[in-house]
Design a protein around this ligand. Structure first.
Ligand SMILES: Nc1ncnc2c1ncn2[C@@H]1O[C@H](COP(=O)(O)OP(=O)(O)OP(=O)(O)O)[C@@H](O)[C@H]1O
Ligand SMILES: [Mg+2]
Length: 243
């Protein structure tokens, strides 16, 4: 098993808040990894740290053998679907992807863009201004953007938030296919059914700290909740009343 993402003692402070607190995580190549935690647990902050958007106060991150702050080789390996996307509402879907293709120096960008628009089912809307797209379409465009450089690792922060069941399923099917094609996936989501269906292993954090990690069966054993849903396990492990 080759470890492709590793965080060691990762810590990030916002004033006195420890958004991420001595977090240790290891994700193997090809894994579909679920990253869970209540609101404010530190999931987005962890993804921002792992993708180089913010710097840790202390600790180490290694992505495919490259340790921060040596960022350059990492940027070509990863794709990110962030929590909130700063879309350029006045660009068309195609212009938006062209812009990112040029940032990454993608060879033969038009071919790549048509392929991605097809993959996320937006070919018919490629000339629509982003401001006129529905929420689900914007999410799919964000995913297409994250795939522009054929990433080996894809980080997604609540990619199906606010989508209808069909929209959720479309994104889930795309992610499942990408993972089958060998992409390592790091998925943060509050949709616990989605996580149960997709992920081979999960970690749960609370107040910046790792609470548990393992396969769903392992977490069922750990919490003595054999046969229970991930939701029950999650609620048990993140219940603070004993603290
Ligand atoms: N830019 C910032 N400035 C100050 N505090 C921040 C900042 N970003 C995050 N925090 C704080 O860090 C903690 C973790 O926030 P984070 O956004 O990582 O949580 P999360 O797990 O992604 O939550 P959610 O499920 O609501 O998206 C929270 O207490 C939050 O208020
Ligand atoms: Mg978040």
């Amino acid at each position: 098993m080759k470890i492709i993402i590793s965080a060691r003692n990762l810590t990030k402070l916002y004033d006195s808040i420890k958004a991420v607190d001595a977090l240790n995580l290891e994700i193997a190549q090809g894994e579909f990894f679920g990253f869970l935690g209540p609101n404010g647990a530190g999931k987005t902050t962890t993804i921002r740290l792992m993708t180089g958007i913010i710097e840790p106060a202390s600790g180490e991150i290694t992505i495919a053998g490259n340790a921060y702050p040596n960022l350059k080789p990492i940027l070509n390996l990863i794709g990110v679907v962030p929590e909130s996307r700063g879309f350029y509402e006045w660009m068309t879907a195609k212009e938006y992807l062209s812009f990112f293709a040029s940032l990454y120096n993608i060879p033969n960008p038009q071919k790549k863009i048509e392929e991605l628009l097809g993959k996320v089912n937006l070919s018919e809307r490629k000339s629509s201004m982003i401001g006129t797209l529905s929420r689900g379409m914007k999410q799919r465009l964000g995913l297409a953007r994250a795939l522009i450089n054929d990433p080996k690792i894809l980080f997604l922060d609540e990619p199906t938030l606010g989508l209808d069941p069909q929209g959720q399923e479309e994104i889930q099917n795309l992610l499942r296919q990408l993972n089958k094609d060998g992409v390592t996936i790091f998925l943060s989501s509050h949709q616990l059914n989605e996580v149960s269906n997709l992920c081979s292993r999960v970690a749960i954090i609370n107040k910046g700290k790792l609470v548990a990690e393992g396969t769903i069966e392992e977490l069922q054993k750990k919490t003595k909740l054999e046969g229970s849903t991930l939701k029950d396990i999650f609620l048990t492990l993140t219940n603070d009343k004993h603290v």
